[in-house]
Design a protein around this ligand. Structure first.
Ligand SMILES: *[C@@H]1O[C@H](CO)[C@@H](O)[C@H](O)[C@H]1NC(C)=O
Ligand SMILES: *[C@@H]1O[C@H](CO)[C@@H](O)[C@H](O)[C@H]1NC(C)=O
Length: 287
């Protein structure tokens, strides 16, 4: 098989881009800055793949445990995050706001199903409280989202309309597959007609990217728009025929697992390396 110079060049570019991604791939929460300025430009609506979310949660601390949906191929909501171009946040826009469970009681069953907490170590309300106080209080500058009920209902409506499993499924992409990020992008764009942002969790041990989240963006009149220019760990990569906004490894397929992948045994490796160094040192010292 021969490759055209253009393709070769593209591959080098993608490898370089992937290298940048590795450096910037840390999954820290990018919304923690307490901006004085509560202005924002876009709403990022994030659906998560619970299997990968669980992997990430346990990988972070092996004592963590997850609660996964019983249904197969079931994407859940992570949040609606107001975001300013070129920066992150804002967050916690109303210091006097308190989370009031009563306001969302009428939709509690739906939230339990579609906006659950994968992180079983917290009470279910913990995620909702966090999302409302951190992001909802900023989104509340829009009249359509100016109370808990409206904010969470908007999430349920958007999930209904833009369900990731439907969009991927329409392109024949189901769990237990691996797909290039460009294939994922093309599948999603067929429905959305706008650029989403595709988020991976990266396992350094096996150098594998797992599909974690699909984020889509809305403007202040709640119209779907391209996620271009949205900050965080994502970079926009041009490829022939389009642009993909992602933190996933570009040069390798992205895994879409149906069960939680094996958790890398990080607590094992460290003493082993130390022991090896110690042995080396002792040998150098004594021989
Ligand atoms: C902040 O939250 C309080 C308590 O819920 C509310 O009364 C007030 O109107 C909110 N302020 C803004 C600017 O939204
Ligand atoms: C929001 O996006 C929609 C397209 O999805 C567009 O029709 C509308 O004009 C945009 N609104 C603003 C305020 O930019």
């Amino acid at each position: 098989m021969t490759r055209s110079p253009g393709l070769l060049c593209l591959s080098y570019f993608l490898i370089a881009a992937a290298a940048i991604t590795v450096v910037s791939c840390s999954d820290a929460d990018y919304y923690d800055q307490d901006l004085q300025d509560h202005e924002w430009d876009v709403l990022i609506f994030t659906q998560q793949w619970p299997v990968t979310a669980c992997f990430h949660w346990i990988e972070e601390n092996h004592k963590h445990s997850c609660s996964l949906p019983n249904k197969k191929e079931f994407w859940t909501i992570h949040g609606i995050w107001p975001t300013k171009y070129g920066t992150v946040g804002p967050s916690f826009c109303n210091k006097s706001a308190e989370f009031d469970m009563k306001q969302i009681e009428p939709i509690e069953d739906a939230l339990k199903e579609f906006w659950p907490s994968v992180e079983a170590d917290f009470a279910i309300q913990h995620l909702w409280e966090h999302e409302w106080l951190k992001h909802g209080t900023c989104a509340a500058s829009l009249v359509e989202l100016d109370n808990e009920r409206r904010y969470f209902e908007q999430g349920l409506n958007w999930r209904d309309k833009y369900l990731v499993s439907n969009m991927l499924g329409a392109a024949g992409i189901h769990p237990d597959s691996s797909n290039t990020v460009i294939a994922l992008q093309n599948a999603l764009k067929k429905t959305l007609e706008k650029n989403p942002s595709i988020h991976c969790v990266y396992d350094h041990e096996t150098q594998t990217s797992y599909l974690a989240e699909i984020r889509i963006c809305f403007n202040k009149t709640l119209g779907l728009i391209d996620c271009d220019g949205v900050p965080g760990s994502h970079i926009a990569i041009d490829y022939p025929g389009g642009k993909v906004i992602t933190n996933c490894h570009i040069s390798k397929p992205v895994q879409y697992p149906s069960v939680v992948p094996p958790i890398p045994p990080k607590s094992w490796k460290f003493p082993f390396v130390n022991l090896y160094k110690l042995l080396n040192f002792v040998m150098w010292f004594t021989l």
